[in-house]
Design a protein around this ligand. Structure first.
Ligand code: 6PG
Length: 477
C-alpha cells in the first residue's frame, strides 16, 4: 500500500498502445493532468516526446510505484491493456501499491463475465473496480469516444466528470453514461460490437448485390453509399463504406476494394454477443449470421474448392430487376431488425443480472462517438424512451418504416436466393421479422415431435394447463 500522496495527476493510465495513447491525449486536452505508464519505458518516452503542447499535462512514469505516486488520492487508474489475462496480471501488480479506496478502471474490450468476477474480487481484496466500454476506434479515443460505464455508482462518480468531458457529444449531450452494475458497461459494449458486425455484414451484402448482381464499379457503389448517407441510413458505417469503395490503391491505381483480400478477421466481441444471445435464450440471428459469415470468409481455401465443385452461381441479375433504392430500403429493414435483436440481448441480460439498465440512455450514448453511430439511433432513443420493454420493431416509428421497406427486403432476399448472391444476415433478419409477426407459428409441430419421442408434454390451445400428451404414447401407437 502506498503512503505517498504527492501526486498532481487527476488520473493515471496504463498501456500506451494506439487506443491508450489517444485516450491519454484526449484526457490531457480536456485539462486533466494524467500520469502515464507503459510496460516498455521507450514507448512512454516516445509518447511524451510526441505529446507536443499537451506535454505539460502528461506525467510520464517509469515504474508502477512512480505512477501511483504521481496520482492524487483517491487514485483512479485506467487500464488500456489487451483484454484477458493481461488485465488480471495488471490488477495483481497494482493491488499492493494501491489503497482500498483507489479505483482501477478497465477500458478494454473485456468479456463482461470477467468484469463481474473482477468486481467481486475487488470487493474482497480492493481496490475498487469499474468497467467501461469505449467505442470509436483510434479517432474516437483521441477526439471523443462513446463510453459505457458499469460498476458501483461511487466509482463512476469519482471519474464520471472526466469521462463525460472526453466523450463525444450529441447536440451538446455527452455520449458517456453509467449504465448499471458491474459488468453492464462491458456487456453493452459487447452488444454494440455484435450490432456492428451485423450492420457491417448487411452493408457488405448489398455491396455484393451491386458488384456481382448489377455489375457496378466500386466507384459507382461508393457514389450510392454517399447518397444513402444523406438519408435515413446516415451513419458512420455507411460514410466509411463510401470512402472505402471510392478509394484507389496508390500502387496500382485500381479501386482499393478490388484488391483487398476477402477474408475478414475478428477479435471475438461479435462472437461473444452471439454466445450471450444463445445463453440468454434471446434470438439474435442477424448478429449470429454476421459472425458465421466472417467465419466462412476466413475459409478461402474451402470456398475455392466449393466453387470448383459447383461452379459459380449465376449471380448476374436480369436488367432492371432490382434498383439501388430497393437495396437501400432492404438495408433499412435489416438494420431495424438487427438493432431490435441487439437491444433485446441487453434487456435480457439486465433481467438475468437484475441490472437497472436504462435502454434509452444506451441508444443516446451511441448517437455519437461510437462505430455504430447513426441518425436512426436518435429515433431508437425516442422509441425506447416511450417503452423500453417493447420490441423496437413494434414502436410506431419503426413499424411504419418496416411496413414501407418489408417488400424490398423480401425482394432482395428472394433474388439473392434465386441467383446465388449470399445475403445471410438480411435473410436471417427477414426470418426473424416473419416469425415475430406471426401469432400462430409452427412450433406446435415441434411440441408434437417432442412429445412423440420423449413424452415431454404440451399445452393445448383449447384447455388450460400443461402436461397433455398426444395419442402416440407407447401403448397407444
Ligand atoms: C469500437 C470497435 C472496436 C474494434 C473491435 C471490433 O467500438 O471502437 O468495435 O472495439 O473495432 O475490436 O474488432 P473486430 O472486428 O476485430 O472484432
Amino acid at each position: 500500500m502506498s503512503d505517498l500522496n504527492t501526486g498532481v495527476a487527476e488520473i493515471g493510465l496504463i498501456g500506451l498502445g494506439t487506443m491508450g495513447g489517444n485516450l491519454a491525449l484526449n484526457i490531457a486536452e480536456h485539462g486533466f493532468d494524467i500520469a502515464v505508464f507503459n510496460r516498455t519505458v521507450d514507448k512512454t518516452e516516445t509518447f511524451y516526446k510526441n505529446a507536443g503542447e499537451l506535454a505539460p499535462k502528461v506525467h510520464p512514469t517509469k515504474t508502477l510505484a512512480e505512477l501511483v505516486a504521481a496520482i492524487k488520492a483517491p487514485r483512479a487508474i485506467i487500464l488500456m491493456v489487451p483484454a484477458g489475462d493481461a488485465v488480471d496480471a495488471q490488477i495483481e501488480a497494482l493491488r499492493p501499491l494501491l489503497d482500498p479506496s483507489d479505483l482501477i478502471i478497465d477500458a478494454g474490450n473485456a468479456n463482461y463475465h470477467d468484469t463481474r468476477r473482477r468486481a467481486e474480487e475487488s470487493l474482497e481484496k480492493g481496490p475498487r473496480f469499474l468497467g467501461i466500454g469505449v467505442s470509436g476506434g483510434e479517432e474516437g479515443a483521441r477526439f471523443g469516444p462513446s463510453i459505457m460505464g458499469g460498476g458501483a455508482m461511487d466509482a463512476w462518480d469519482q471519474v464520471g466528470h472526466i469521462l463525460e468531458a472526453i466523450s463525444a457529444k450529441h447536440e451538446g449531450e455527452p455520449c458517456a453514461a453509467h449504465l448499471g452494475e458491474s459488468g453492464s458497461g462491458h456487456l453493452v459494449k459487447t452488444v454494440h460490437n455484435g450490432i456492428e458486425y451485423a450492420d457491417m455484414q448487411m452493408i457488405a451484402e448489398v455491396y455484393g448485390f451491386m458488384r456481382d448482381g448489377m455489375g457496378m464499379s466500386a466507384e459507382d457503389i461508393g457514389e450510392v453509399f454517399e447518397k444513402w448517407n444523406e438519408g435515413i441510413l446516415q451513419s458512420y458505417l455507411i460514410e466509411i463504406s463510401a470512402k472505402v469503395a471510392k478509394a484507389k490503391d496508390p500502387e496500382t491505381g485500381r479501386p482499393m476494394l478490388d484488391i483487398i483480400l476477402d477474408t475478414a478477421g475478428q477479435k471475438g466481441t461479435g462472437r461473444w454477443t452471439a454466445i450471450e444471445a444463445l445463453m440468454l435464450g434471446t434470438p439474435a440471428g442477424a448478429i449470429e449470421a454476421a459472425v458465421a459469415t466472417r467465419n466462412m470468409s476466413a475459409r478461402l481455401d474451402e470456398r475455392k474448392i466449393g466453387e470448383g465443385v459447383f461452379g459459380s452461381a449465376p449471380k448476374t441479375l436480369a436488367k432492371d430487376v432490382i434498383t439501388v433504392d430497393a437495396l437501400e430500403a432492404a438495408l433499412v429493414a435489416g438494420k431495424i431488425v438487427c438493432y431490435a435483436q441487439g437491444f433485446r440481448v441487453i434487456s435480457e441480460a439486465a433481467k438475468q443480472y437484475e441490472w437497472s439498465m436504462p435502454l434509452p440512455e444506451i441508444a443516446r450514448i451511441w448517437r455519437n462517438g461510437c462505430i455504430i453511430r447513426s441518425a436512426m439511433l436518435n429515433d431508437m432513443a425516442s422509441a425506447l424512451a416511450e417503452d423500453p420493454n417493447r420490441n423496437l420493431m413494434f414502436a410506431p416509428f419503426f413499424s411504419a418504416k418496416l411496413k414501407q421497406t418489408e417488400d424490398a427486403l423480401r425482394q432482395v432476399v428472394a433474388l439473392g436466393a434465386l441467383n446465388g448472391l449470399p445475403v445471410p444476415a438480411l435473410s436471417s433478419g427477414l426470418s426473424y421479422f416473419d416469425v415475430m409477426r406471426t401469432e400462430r407459428s409452427t412450433a406446435n409441430m415441434l411440441q408434437g415431435q417432442r412429445d412423440f419421442f420423449g413424452a415431454h408434454g404440451f399445452e393445448r390451445t383449447d384447455k388450460d394447463g400443461g402436461g397433455y400428451h398426444g395419442p402416440w404414447a407407447m401403448n397407444t401407437v
